[in-house]
Design a binder for this molecule. Structure first.
Ligand code: UDX
Length: 447
């Protein structure tokens, strides 16, 4: 008997091990179980394995708890800490391990290669080892070496899950990219994703598969950097970025998605992946100036939000109470890694402001010097300026009359363009828009 058999007996799916139960590994494991496979998902944390085995999912992801519990209830999903044991019972092994970027931007592959070295001796003959984490071009060859086996296959199958929609993205992918040296092996990986996924399989060489992921994320980040740069220009020329991107998006070559101006891009992927791609390119003597410029421009754009807040207060936020709605890097997730909202908060604190915030995923208390409140209005009470930093839907329907009362004047920096400028101004508040000519030239506020 092995882990798969003990889980629940026969199945017509594959026997799969997923190493790493972070937001990628856990989502993938649960979705593969949902698709009918027998999945053993591992994590080095005993406590995390115990929580997951009880159906307690420590990640805020729409639908993830339900699909994990479905897998557990059907006996198609099991959690354990022992990587060797998990792979010994599997024909397919996914590596879903962290690949953080070092100070120089290079992706840290130590987690991936350490696990590859560990599981090598336990792999079944003919096993397929799949790199799912975002890894630089050439990683599959390093994994093959670390495995120390000549009777297994190494395949690149990068993930394209966006936080907040990871389950949907996994079950309804735009494409399944598979880099392999053997077409039959590639086909077998494509078939893991069911008919819908297999129909969207893109089979290619390993290097191209590894690069498709980085190129996609770097393009999306650069696209947003361009939109935010146009937003800055709109403010200067009195145009409105919402109208500009609406007009742009009607061009089928541009498309309407991913054109929303905001406080800059962040999260655990774009910053990491853009830096890693630049590092790879530099290592091969290729100067990715366009991506380097996007990284720099994005950082400047976020800092400009802090400058605009200071400008609204006669040039200084020192000793002022500034409110922040949203701390996560985007709505739909509890992830604050490299969040523009956190960058803005830290910038304001460094200038002497006291920052009070509300975020639906953050419990009241103090987080990195930020006073977190239980409601948007509690955070905004008495603030000289309110910054809307994350696009949580509840912010679009707040009672602006109540906001006007609790703020008693002051300004609203709508960095996610969620509020109606006129309705805000009607409450005696100065509306500081992003990328809009509606931005009232904010005189220094005597507040
Ligand atoms: C991204 C990619 O979308 C996904 O395919 C990949 O697998 C992982 O990296 P994620 O980082 O979860 O996903 O978030 P995403 O939705 O791409 O947003 C990234 C950043 O761009 C966020 O800070 C978000 O607020 C910002 N953004 C996104 C905008 O400012 N405007 C937009 O129109 C879209």
């Amino acid at each position: 008997m092995n882990d798969h058999d003990t889980a629940t007996g026969a199945t017509d799916g594959e026997r799969i091990a997923v190493i790493g139960s972070g937001y990628v590994g856990l989502t993938l494991a649960a979705c593969l179980a949902h698709l009918g496979h027998q999945v053993a998902c591992t994590d080095r944390s005993e406590a995390r394995v115990e929580r997951l085995s009880a159906g307690d999912v420590p990640i805020v992801e729409d639908g993830l708890t339900a699909v994990v519990r479905e897998g557990l209830d059907r006996g198609r999903l099991a959690f354990l800490t022992d990587n060797g044991r998990a792979v010994a019972a599997s024909d397919i092994v996914f590596l879903c391990l962290p690949t953080p970027h070092g100070a120089d931007g290079q992706a840290d592959l130590s987690f991936v290669l350490t696990v590859a070295d560990e599981i090598g001796p336990h792999l079944r003959r003919g096993a397929i080892v799949i790199t799912k984490s975002t890894v630089p071009v050439g990683t599959a060859a390093l994994v093959a070496t670390a495995l120390g086996r000549d009777d297994v296959h190494v395949v690149s199958n990068p993930e394209f899950l966006a936080e907040g929609t990871a389950v949907h993205d996994c079950l309804h992918p735009d494409r399944i990219v598979i880099g392999a040296d053997s077409e039959p092996v590639a086909r077998r990986v494509a078939d893991l994703y069911g008919p819908e996924g297999a129909a969207r399989a893109v089979l290619t060489d390993i290097a191209s598969a590894e690069l498709i992921k980085y190129a996609s994320n770097a393009y999306l980040a650069t696209r947003l950097t361009f939109v935010n740069a146009m937003a800055e220009l709109c403010e200067r020329v009195g145009a409105d970025i919402g109208s500009v991107t609406a007009g742009m998006g009607l061009d089928h070559r541009i498309g309407a998605s991913f054109l929303h101006a905001g406080p800059g891009w962040g999260g655990s992927c774009f910053p990491k992946d853009t830096r890693a791609l630049v590092h790879t390119a530099d290592a091969f003597g290729c100067d990715l100036a366009v991506v380097k410029a996007a990284i720099a421009s994005n950082a400047e754009h976020t800092t400009r939000i802090v400058d605009k807040v200071a400008a609204a207060l006669d040039g200084s936020v020192s000793g002022r109470r500034i409110a922040l709605w949203g701390l996560t890097f985007k709505a739909g997730t509890d992830d604050r890694r490299e969040s523009p909202a956190m960058v803005i908060a830290q910038g304001l604190i460094e200038l002497g402001a006291s920052v009070h915030a509300y975020d639906p995923t953050v419990a009241p208390g103090t987080v990195e010097g930020i006073e977190v409140h239980a409601s948007p209005m509690d955070a905004a009470a008495g603030a000289s300026v309110l910054v809307v930093a994350t696009e949580w839907p509840e912010f679009a329907t707040v009672d602006l009359a109540e906001l006007g009362t609790v703020m008693a004047g002051g300004a609203v920096m709508d960095a996610r363009r969620m509020l109606d400028p006129t309705a805000v101004a009607d409450q005696g508040l100065v509306y500081l828009g992003l990328g809009t000519g509606h931005t009232q030239r904010a005189a220094a506020l005597a507040v």
